[in-house]
Design a protein around this ligand. Structure first.
Ligand code: A3P
Length: 345
């Protein structure tokens, strides 16, 4: 078949054939529910049913350019933060930092500035797919899709991928609150029992874009093989050493800070503009709405490392820590900036 069945996406698209193949595929894919989101198990990950056609359209139509910069992440690992940093680093010369903080970020949520392939760029088959060829270079996009399911066009280009990851305990807690904030979930009555059930689902990989381990390993392995093409950042590292990380990010995307900028503390300014406190206070993020499912403020909850301690039972924490000791450990992956708690007793 095509993009849908784990093989190569095709660029010459026969819409009717695509629809027929999708119909067949749609029936055969395993299905599940995650906080009322229907999911479908597609190419080894749990994709949102609502965006599955968009994902296939992305795999089928997207033509990468060598200058593209793509932010990849699992949900709730720091996507919003990285979007604001990448946007600011890239645009700081054409648009002053003052304008970015006082105008751009005052009126647009970071997700509007760095669009997602599967949620905002690509559409269902019957809709017109976008022509991205005229966008100014470098184009900046984001995705939650695992590395192996990215279009071949990205894999065979020299485009650069920034992957951000975060420890599974804080990521789970962030995911929990985020999903409860959807309008459609307002009647859910969260309890410890329900949380336990969702921890179990999370550990089984049964959540949006899960499993956790294969998502992280896919990008990590690519980073090991092609460090110039895939940069791997840890949320905890950005928190601990923001200046070194922002410098690294700028170097990686080909927009290094000059000596003059270093002397004028431009890196510190970028960090401040993109800080949790600063973004959270922007009117557009406090009171705005950029999609039909939830308010913008849900992207800014606590912004801390280790918040899980106030939320998870010891058993839940133990289960989530296990995610780091299984496939990830076997493959040789360990966080540099995150020391998992010892919960063995
Ligand atoms: P918490 O729920 O733990 O607070 P994503 O952007 O991938 O959806 O991840 C959201 C998480 O990143 C949330 O974590 C959110 O508060 C945090 N976050 C958002 N903006 C941030 C920023 N500028 N700095 C640090 N953390 C940020």
């Amino acid at each position: 078949m095509n993009a849908m069945s784990n093989s190569k996406p095709k660029n010459a698209v026969d819409l009717e054939q695509l629809k027929a193949e999708f119909k067949e595929l749609d029936i055969s894919l395993p299905k599940a529910l995650w906080f009322n989101h229907p999911l479908q198990h597609y190419q080894g990950f749990w994709g949102p049913s609502i965006a599955l056609e968009n994902i296939i359209a992305f795999q089928t139509h997207f033509e990468a350019q060598d200058s593209d910069i793509i932010l990849a992440s699992l949900p709730k690992t720091g996507t919003t933060w990285l979007k604001s940093l990448l946007y600011t680093i890239l645009n700081r010369k054409s648009t002053s930092l003052h304008t970015i903080s006082q105008q751009v970020f005052q009126t647009k949520n970071p997700h509007e500035l760095v669009p997602s392939f599967e949620f905002s760029i690509y559409k269902k088959f019957n809709e017109t797919q976008p022509d991205l060829s005229d966008l100014p270079s470098p184009r900046l996009f984001s995705t939650h899709i695992p590395f192996l399911s990215l279009p071949d066009s990205i894999k065979s280009s020299k485009s650069r991928i920034v992957y951000v990851c975060r420890n599974p305990l804080d990521t789970f807690v962030s995911t929990w609150y985020f999903n409860l904030s959807f309008y459609m979930n307002k009647d859910m009555k969260p309890s410890m029992e329900m949380m336990e059930e969702y921890v179990d689902k999370y550990c089984m990989g049964l959540f949006l874009f899960g499993p956790y381990e294969s998502h992280l390993l896919g990008y990590w392995k690519e980073h090991l093989q092609n460090p110039d093409r895939v940069l791997l950042l840890e949320y905890e590292g950005l928190k601990k050493e923001p200046k070194a990380h922002v410098r690294k990010l700028a170097d990686f995307i080909g927009c290094p800070f000059s000596e003059e900028e270093e002397n004028e503390n431009v890196i510190e300014d970028v960090i401040k503009i993109c800080s949790f406190q600063s973004l959270k206070e922007m009117d557009v993020n406090k009171n705005g709405k950029s999609n039909p499912f939830f308010d913008n403020n849900v992207f800014f909850r606590k912004g801390k490392v280790g918040e899980w301690k106030n939320e998870l039972s010891p058993l839940m924490a133990k289960k989530l820590v296990q995610l780091l000791h299984g496939k990830l450990k076997e493959a040789g992956f360990a966080f540099t900036y995150y020391q998992p708690p010892d919960l063995s007793h």
